[in-house]
Design a protein around this ligand. Structure first.
Ligand code: SF4
Length: 321
């Protein structure tokens, strides 16, 4: 069982078992955001989750959330953030997400938020590192140590299909929880619970490793808070299912009930990015079947695909476009 299939099976299992938002492959560092990519993030909804879900099905940029633009606070478009090209992209993304709307007044464009951004819409973020086969640990120890010392997630778990021995546990930081998961049966055994990490305290992030020397950055609580908001937004917008356009134009591809890419020729879940394409000996071209990962996501998770408020706002936006 390769890591991709293990990961998708675990995502589907977690989604079916809990009322959470499950997403894959999100940046999990602060000082060097691209330096650590977390396999799975599980977001536990908070009190105001429904309000967030009604706001937009997409990720809202953190800079837009933290800008001067508010529900009762229209700001001239050119003054939003620092007016740079980056700021313009942030405004466009927030408009596409339905969080910002553009109004025209006195020959000028003004930006206003469509609703108050809810505080505390998520309660907890869990990072899961998958290592289906512990005989091939790769960078596991370094990755988990990174996650524990930074303390960006409320808890960290390592998931494996292997039998977990005491020797394995001794090599994994004490705060990391351990799950044994069988992707074929969906059976999950908690070998060890994770300990809560101090997300409100400074963390230590390794930023450069050389022989005999590791450079670190101290990341403060405010940087961590901001990064956590970005991760929560991306998790909400992204989810875990491969997008429809990732499926190959192959007659043998279909989707499982929970919308994982499945090959009828090889009788297994496939990774379209590595298993499929014209290099595959069994590839037979045909237009891609209709696959709707978002419908499966809306049906099986608390994510809302078309929040009524967002639809209404989009109509309003067209009027000003
Ligand atoms: S490209 Fe190959 S692996 Fe992918 S669906 Fe077609 S036959 Fe299956």
């Amino acid at each position: 069982m390769d890591e991709f299939r293990f990961e998708l099976a675990l995502c589907s299992h977690l989604e079916s078992e809990t009322e959470t938002i499950v997403a894959r492959q999100l940046g999990g560092a602060v000082a060097r955001p691209g330096a650590r990519v977390v396999d799975i993030v599980v977001l536990q909804p908070g009190d105001q989750f429904d309000m967030r879900a009604r706001l937009s099905p997409n990720a809202v940029p953190t800079s837009a959330i933290e800008s001067d633009v508010g529900a009762g606070q229209a700001v001239p478009r050119r003054d939003v953030l620092d007016g740079s090209s980056h700021a313009r992209r942030v405004v466009e993304t927030a408009v596409e997400a339905g969080y910002f709307q553009i109004e025209r007044r006195d020959g000028r464009e003004w930006v206003r938020a469509t609703a108050r951004y809810p505080e505390g819409w998520y309660d907890r973020l869990t990072a899961i590192e998958n290592k289906p086969d512990l005989a091939k640990p790769g960078d596991l120890e370094r990755q988990l140590t990174h996650d524990v010392t930074v303390g960006l997630f409320d808890e960290v778990v390592m998931a494996t299909n292997s039998h977990v021995t005491r020797a394995h546990l001794n090599r994994i930081p004490d705060a990391v929880g351990v799950w044994q998961f069988d992707p074929e049966t969906g059976e999950r055994t908690v070998v060890r619970d994770p300990s809560p990490l101090p997300v409100d305290e400074p963390g230590v992030e390794p930023v450069d490793r050389r022989p005999l020397r590791t450079d670190v950055a101290i990341v403060g609580p405010e940087e961590k808070r901001r990064r956590r908001l970005t991760i929560a937004e991306r998790a909400y917008g992204k989810g875990w299912r491969p997008k429809a356009d990732a499926y190959p134009e192959c007659t043998h591809v279909e989707a499982t009930e929970d919308c994982r890419p499945y090959c009828s020729q090889f009788d297994r879940v496939v990774d379209p990015g590595t298993d499929c394409g014209t290099d595959c000996p069994a590839f037979e071209r045909e237009s891609t079947p209709t696959i709707d990962p978002e419908a499966a996501r809306a049906e099986r998770s608390p994510w809302i695909r078309d929040p009524p408020g967002a639809l209404h706002r989009q109509v309003g936006l067209d009027r000003f476009g």
